[in-house]
Design a protein around this ligand. Structure first.
Ligand SMILES: *[C@@H]1O[C@H](CO)[C@@H](O)[C@H](O)[C@H]1NC(C)=O
Length: 414
């Protein structure tokens, strides 16, 4: 049991060590196509085995690649993975400027079944090449390939072999590979196994062979302009595997390409006249004095407001002439008239207030209006009972009218 425990412990330690040293170093040359395959088989070991051993190989795995500390890859490095069941490929043409600085690319593998992840670092140490760049560069457009098919080393090897056959250079390198989709190509219809197409740039140290230059002949240029295939004698060297669009071949001698000198743009509408050099403001700027602005925006309105206040205050307080003067100027008869109206108005007002509270005792009837009996005065607090319904009052009256002894003696009955 002890030795078994030790073995388990050792295995665990070795696993941890190997995981912490999951960095991979690669040493591509600047200006030469770099291809790195992210193998699903390699990352599968990171994930726990599937219960049924046969199915484990079918785990869908996708990859995320980014420059360490950044969200995306370096600009020259591209990545493709067609389906989660195929390997991912990193590829690109390492630039000269990055020589000597290791580029650390984080590779995160996602198992799409278990949703587990594993991370590896790929350290790309770009090496310089003494004959960089190769002087003669040719770019071929291959119609019957997708980019990831072309990246497979045996396919690329076959292609370089064919190029070597028709060009016969000392040195030949693949420089760059670009999917036609990245150059404005369209996704093909899903018929006849059509492919997207891929551009492959190769470089060599000897001038282009006569076969490669055949497309430049006037007859072939004419055929290209009429969208017919040009007649190229060495096409049969490629034809078995690669369908090359010879009209799209580009041949560049980088020593002969004149450096592009920007022309002075001709004057025309939309071009501003040259008004000399731009003179930036000095770096030591004086702090601006805002006191005058303050005075104008605050003090002047307050002064105007103060003057208005004084004028109004003087005319309202000190120039008032008062009631006496008005009375002196008014004829006496008018004043009397006016004051009598005022008095009666006040009286009416006070009476209207009293009406709401209670009836004055003096206004209540002391005698019954018909019988003349002495009616006890209604208590002022219950004056509401006076508003009894009219009908009841009338029946009362009828009852009381039949009482004869209340009438004065017999003048009308005699
Ligand atoms: C390689 O191809 C890509 C895509 O077309 C391009 O952005 C890049 O500049 C090329 N690199 C070289 C060295 O030509």
């Amino acid at each position: 049991m002890d030795s078994l425990g030790l073995l388990v412990w050792l295995t665990a330690v070795v696993t941890i060590l190997s995981r912490s040293h999951a960095d991979r170093n690669v040493y591509p040359s600047a200006g030469v196509l770099f291809v790195h395959v992210l193998e699903r088989e390699y990352f599968k070991g990171e994930f726990p085995p599937y219960p049924k051993p046969g199915d484990a190989s079918n785990d869908p795995i996708t990859f995320n690649t980014n420059l360490m500390g950044y969200p995306d890859r370096p600009g020259w490095l591209r990545y493709i993975q067609r389906t989660p069941h195929s390997d991912g490929v990193l590829y690109g043409s390492p630039p000269w400027e990055h020589v000597g600085r290791p580029t650390v690319v984080e590779i995160t593998a996602y198992n799409r079944r278990t949703f587990e992840t594993a991370r590896h670092n790929l350290i790309i140490n770009i090496m310089s090449t003494e004959d960089f760049p190769l002087q003669y560069q040719a770019e071929f457009f291959i119609k019957n390939m997708n980019v990831e098919e072309m990246l497979a080393s045996e396919v690329l090897g076959d292609f370089l072999g064919a190029v070597k056959n028709v060009w016969q250079p000392e040195r030949l390198n693949a420089i760059n590979i670009t999917s036609a989709l990245d150059r404005g190509g369209r996704v093909p219809l899903p018929i006849n196994d059509l492919k997207e197409g891929v551009y492959v740039m190769v470089g060599a140290d000897v001038p282009f062979s006569s076969c490669l230059r055949e497309v430049e002949s006037p007859q072939n240029q004419l055929r290209c302009s009429q969208e017919m295939e040009p007649v190229i004698t060495c096409d049969k060297k490629f034809r078995a595997q690669f369908h090359i669009d010879w009209c799209k071949i580009s041949l560049v001698d980088i020593k002969r390409v004149a450096p592009v000198v920007p022309e002075r743009s001709p004057m025309g509408p939309g071009v501003l006249p040259d008004i000399g050099e731009y003179n930036p403001p000095s770096e030591s700027l004086k702090s601006r004095d805002y006191f005058a602005d303050f005075l104008i925006t605050l003090a002047v309105p307050s002064a105007v407001a103060l003057v208005l206040f004084i004028i109004l205050g003087y005319s309202m307080c000190c120039r008032r002439e008062g009631v006496e003067k008005r009375n002196m100027q008014t004829p006496d008869i008018q004043l009397v008239h006016h004051s009598s109206i005022q008095k009666s108005t006040k009286e009416l007002r006070s009476m209207s207030k009293n009406r709401e509270i209670s009836w004055p005792l003096s206004t209540l009837p002391v005698f019954h209006p018909v019988s003349g009996e002495v009616v006890p005065p209604i208590h002022p607090d219950s004056y509401e009972t006076t508003s009894m319904p009219l009908m009841q009052t009338q029946t009362n009256l009828q009852n009381q009218m039949q009482i004869p002894q209340q009438q004065p003696p017999g003048k009308w009955y005699s």
